[in-house]
Every structure is written in C-alpha cells, then in structure tokens.
Design a protein around this ligand. Structure first.
Ligand code: DAH
Length: 340
C-alpha cells in the first residue's frame, strides 16, 4: 500500500509540473481527490487493514494528501498568475502608437495669421498687447477722443447704441483712452479687437469686423517715429519691395492726421483694377495724437506726446492674400479657409 501511495504521489507531482492550464489541474485534482480518485480509493480500502496498520498508513496517506493539496493549490495559483500576465500582454494598448487614419490638421485663420504677422512685427519693436470691452462707454468711444456730443465727425461712423451712454465700440480707439487712464506712460501698445458699425453686409462691408490699434506714448515722439514704425510693419507683412506713402487726412483724435497707402500688391504700382488705376491701396489711418485727447485723459500734452494708427485686419488680409470679398473672411467656410 505504501508503494501505491508513493506512486500516486510521484505521478501526481509530475503531472502537476506538466500541467499547462487550470482545467488540467482541475481534472488532475478530480482523478486524485475525487469520489473514485486514486487517493480516495486508498482511503476507502483502509477498512481492510488491521488497527495498527491503519494508524501508520493513515498517517502517511494524510501526509501525502496534505502535501499534494498544497502543491496543487500553489500550481493552480502559479498558472492563474501566468494566465493573467499573458492576458495583460495580449490586451496591452500602446498609447504612443500613431493612429491608422491620419487626422486632418487644421491651421490658423488667414485673418489670425495676418494679425499675428502684424503683432509680431510690432512686438519686435517693444510693443505689448492691451485689450478692452466690446460694449463700451460712449465717453471712451467718442468724447475722450475729442469727439464731443455735437461733433459732426460722430456721423463718420454709424453706431449701435445700447443706451444713451453705452455703445458697441465702433473702433479700437477707445482703448487709447483706457490705456491713458489706466497705465503709466511711457508705453507702446497693440490693441486688437472686434468692432461694430451699422452697415449692410456686402463685398466690402460687415457690421462686425476686426481692427487693430497701435498706440505709443512717450516724451519726444514725432511723425518720423510713426513713419518708421509703420514702414517696418508694412515691410514685415507685405515684403521689402512695397512702397508706403502718407496722404493728409482728418481724424478728430489726431493732429496732423494721415492715411497710409501702399503700392498696389497686384500690379506693383502700374495701375490696375484693384487699385483703380492709381497704383496705390489705402491701408490705414494714423497721426500724432491730438493734445485734447491727452488732456481729456489727464496727461499734460506739453510733457507727453503720442502717435497712433488704426488698421482693419480684414483689409490687410484681403490685400495680402488677394481676397476680393470680405464676407469670405467672416463666414468660415472650410473650403475657403483650406486655401491658406
Ligand atoms: N479709429 C479710426 C477708424 O476706425 C482709425 C484710426 C485713424 C485710428 C487714425 C487711429 C488714428 O488711431 O490715429 O476709422
């Protein structure tokens, strides 16, 4: 009997070693410990033994049983752990693996590209950006800028009124007043933003459009500083070959005032349909800030000078990219935007 027991032990240990999965272990367990398992059979046959034999055989059977149970459980746990490891390996996701379908890549809106080109040129000259609200006090939009209530030039811009004192800003110039009232000069500012005017939509008008104000306050500024600044920005945006000219003009907030033209980006100055045969394209308004504006905002115009310019960002983008209808710049049709 002892021999049989040792044989069972030996065999079971070997089969256990060779077992590859949980079901093999399960059937092994049944064949040893089951109702008619090999070890169970030995236990059953013990009734035939004498009392003494039974005691000693019983001890060895129990020892083998305990040992085999322990080995079985350990092997079972080992296999379960290995299985889980394999499953983890199989199901692992490599999050760094590139996707199979290339995602379409977006890019900046042509107007944003244009704005950033202007901004970068000016930041290179020491400008920083400054922003303010689209819903603005009439006082900042007009009065402080030397446009009192009865000033005829208020009619130059058709205004959306929110109430008697509040408007949708018609230009970015109210930011000049805000900067003068809130910042300590000297400073150089770029002030971008959306502006609003009562206009029917057509190829060259939109009730909402984007402007950018340039504003420099310092002690000894002249028209030459304004010209140098504008020429640098124009060359950065349109290239070194473009010419610039100042044409006298009128704005209430500047004295002297000028409008700036560049040589036509289409014909180079010979005269064509775009420049209506003149060879020049108007791109912005500018000037030396009117002393009244400085005074209205608490600055002594004998001590401080300022230069300013206001640009339509959509207009610059139109000229830079040859866009003939401003509506395209505000409608965000992907078929149009893809081209830039
Ligand atoms: N605010 C003017 C407009 O919207 C543009 C402008 C002209 C701004 C001359 C200026 C300036 O700062 O000096 O038409």
């Amino acid at each position: 009997m002892n021999e049989t027991l040792q044989k069972i032990r030996q065999e079971t240990l070997e089969r256990l070693k060779a077992a590859k999965d949980e079901s093999e272990i399960e059937s092994l367990s049944v064949s040893v410990f089951g109702k008619s398992g090999s070890l169970t059979e030995i236990l059953k046959s013990m009734g035939k033994l004498s009392k003494e034999e039974r005691a000693s055989v019983g001890q060895s059977v129990n020892a083998v049983k305990k040992e085999l149970e322990k080995e079985l459980n350990e092997r079972k746990a080992e296999i379960a752990a290995r299985m889980q490891e394999l499953r983890f390996e199989r199901e692992a996701i490599d999050v760094t693996e590139p996707g199979k379908i290339a995602q379409p890549e977006g890019h900046l809106h042509p107007m944003t590209q244009t704005y950033r080109a202007i901004r970068d040129a000016l930041v290179g000259m020491g400008f920083t950006t400054y922003e303010g609200p689209e819903v603005e006090y009439d006082d900042y939009n007009f009065t402080k800028l030397n446009l009192p209530l009865d000033h005829p030039a208020r009619d130059m811009q058709d205004t959306f009124y929110v109430n008697d004192r509040v408007v949708l800003r018609t230009h970015t110039s109210p930011l000049e007043a805000r900067a003068l009232l809130n910042l300590k000069p000297p400073f150089r500012l770029i002030m971008p933003g959306r502006v609003f005017r009562v206009d029917e939509v057509d190829a060259s008008h939109s009730p909402v459009f984007m402007q950018m104000e340039g504003f420099v306050v310092d002690k000894n500024l002249t028209l030459a500083d304004l010209k140098g600044t504008l020429l640098t920005f124009i060359h950065t945006v349109f290239g070194e070959d473009v010419k610039m000219r100042f044409r006298p003009s009128y704005f209430p907030f500047t004295e002297p005032s000028a409008e700036v033209d560049i040589s036509c980006t289409l014909c180079g100055g010979k005269g064509c349909r775009l420049c209506k045969g003149t060879g020049w394209l108007e791109i912005l308004g500018c000037g030396v800030t009117n002393p009244h504006e400085l005074e209205n905002c608490g600055l002594d115009p004998h001590e401080w000078k300022a230069i300013a310019f206001g640009v339509g960002v959509d207009r610059i983008a139109s000229l830079k990219y040859g866009i003939t209808d401003i509506r395209l710049e505000y409608e965000n049709d992907a078929r149009f935007l893809k081209q830039f």
